[in-house]
Design a protein around this ligand. Sequence first.
Ligand code: B12
Ligand code: SF4
Ligand code: SF4
Length: 404
Amino acid sequence: MAQIRSLFPTLTGELPDGIRPDRAPAKAAAPSVTTPVVGEIPQFDQREQQHTKAAIGALGEKIQQRWTSESVDPFRRVFYPENRPFNSPLRSLLAVAEGPLNPKRIPVNDPAKMAAHIKEVAKFFGADLVGVCELKRHHVYSHRGLRIDARKNRWGEPIALDHRYAISLAHQMNHERMRYSPSFIDGAEVGFGYLESAKTATSLACYIRELGYPATAHFHVSERVLQVPIAVEAGLGELARNNCLITREFGPRQRLATVTTDLPLAVDRRADLGVQQLCEMCDKCAALCPSQCLPRGPKQVERGYLHWVADNDKCITYWNANREKWNDCARCITVCPLNRPPGAWMRFATWALRRGRLLRKLVLNVDDLFWNKRYHLKAGKGWLMYDRTTSAKKFESGQIHPNA
Ligand code: B12
Ligand code: SF4
Ligand code: SF4
């Protein structure tokens, strides 16, 4: 009996103290077993993150030239405003990331009710998942390092962000389009996810300011925070081997944005879904990563927390390896056994995660059988005028648009 119990530990309903199996609202934050913090986590300097390193030449001249040049793909130019100031809706949202407060502040007597209300409002504005945590020092970058900071002469300024709470917002990305990674098709889906999450975050920040409380929206090109640790702390899911947040609902297939605020809110607890236990038995993302930058071995303590440590510079170097065909990559999302189309299998797989080693093994074996490497590499039917191999030549010869 004891043996059977050890194979299915959670069938007994016993969970470590303070850990809950799902994201039901909870009153107080609890320590996590999945990414234990074992020391002080130093603040990260935004100038050290890879998008910036590539842009300023810290990864070499070739990468800098490629990363800062315009893409042949019009979707890329629409979704990413960094390289030029027009035809990119994301840029206009910068104007409402911060803003004035309504001087008539509403009183908040019950932070739990306010948190429930804010979650509904966030979903109305378009979020698929919402969670709340306290904003910690290590969630915030130490110094400004976005390209927009250089343009505004604010490069390297220390970041002052002392809001009390962070609201984490997740947007599901389309499963079919992400399958094509790396190509312009998943690239467009990623860009669209950035735009959608920015719209939600800015709308929510504006709404909170209209209640009379400070609020700032953090999204691609405006962010001063690290999105993943906030999402983990806010109970959306777990940090996985592929360095992404994995949720019960969408696996790793979501984009994140955050609103920081002083509006009094009840916080959520971290979630332990069994994701890291699955990662310990699986290394598909690491094995199939084209740049081989994800680790295959065990977790390590680095920067004060226990996690799988990746070589992020290698990843963005691969993104820039062939700008004729792709602008970025997301293979570590698409190959993950928890990135499968929404439906019965995903419901079973995420249910099975916490139900012992045998069921986790079953999830991996079934995944190998039905969703193996060939599935991700075989030609799909394409999307709009793109297919998996669409390259600069097609754009240049005018073949890519319907009436050309
Ligand atoms: C720079 C950056 C990159 C770099 C570095 C990758 C990285 N893992 O940080 C490169 C260019 C390689 C990259 C690649 C990708 N990225 Co990226 N990236 C960012 C960005 C803009 C900044 C992150 C950063 O500063 N990293 C540098 C340092 C801090 O990284 P690190 O030490 O390895 O820490 C990582 C984790 O350990 C965790 N973390 C850091 N401290 C702590 C502390 C605790 C307690 C915990 C639990 C976690 C944690 O956060 C980091 C990101 O996961 C964020 C947006 C944001 N502001 O957070 C998006 C972001 C992390 N990327 C994202 C994605 C999806 C990708 C890609 C799949 C690309 C794509 N096409 O979508 C790949 C995945 C590569 C990978 N395996 O990580 C998503 C993740 C969504 C999710 N489901 O988790 C984010 C949040 C963008 C977004 N708004 O949605 N990215
Ligand atoms: S592919 Fe496997 S190891 Fe990688 S994140 Fe997904 S479950 Fe974890
Ligand atoms: S985005 Fe591509 S290159 Fe980067 S870690 Fe993921 S699979 Fe590897």
